[in-house]
Design a protein around this ligand. Structure first.
Ligand code: FES
Length: 181
């Protein structure tokens, strides 16, 4: 199980303006209103929006007859479920035993030095969201991280910052290209 912290939902979660049609479709296709459908429904919604927008959660609560406390209790149990929009790239830093003993926490500190984020947080430019994870399944390449869709093994603090710098550079280049297109 992943071990990063999930932000705690608050009563005054802002109501975003989003297209709820995909959520209505997901709910319409539920076989019944059993609470057993809650987690799969949340996963489907997150696949659409990359996180769980508050207005979508209102529809889920109504459809599955769950209270806000029940809903966010479940969300907080699954660190991969996000209630705020993540950065362009999610960094899953492995904190499994092999990676931990080979310096994953030091890498986490280095990421904090560079981007001022701790697990569960997104940097101010909304480029990176840091999460920790349990074993990513390749302990021989410890310490490991998944950044966006890419797997990086045998990383160290300096190498990790260099890799993140490449993602940052690519994102900035793309932004410049889009602005001048
Ligand atoms: S403990 Fe990190 S890949 Fe297994």
């Amino acid at each position: 199980m992943e071990t990063n912290e999930t932000p705690v939902a608050t009563e005054d979660t802002e109501q975003e303006e989003i297209d709820l049609a995909p959520v209505e479709e997901i709910i319409k296709n539920l076989p019944d209103n059993s609470r057993g459908h809650l987690v799969p429904t949340l996963q489907k919604i997150q696949n659409v929006y990359r996180y769980l927008p508050a207005p979508a959660m209102e529809l889920v609560m109504e459809a599955l007859n769950v209270s806000k406390a029940q809903l966010y209790g479940v969300i907080s149990f699954y660190p991969q479920l996000l209630i705020t929009e993540p950065g362009k790239y999610i960094i899953k830093l492995c904190y499994g035993t092999a990676c931990f003993v080979k310096g994953a926490p030091i890498i986490g500190d280095k990421i904090h030095d560079g981007y001022h984020i701790r697990p569960g947080e997104t940097d101010s430019s909304k480029l990176f969201t840091l999460q920790t994870a349990s074993c990513l399944g390749n302990c021989g390449a410890a310490p490991m991280a998944i950044i966006g869709e890419d797997t990086h093994g045998t990383i160290d603090p300096e190498k990790t910052l260099a890799i993140l710098g490449e993602y940052k550079h690519d994102a900035e280049t793309l932004e410049t290209e889009e602005a001048t297109a």
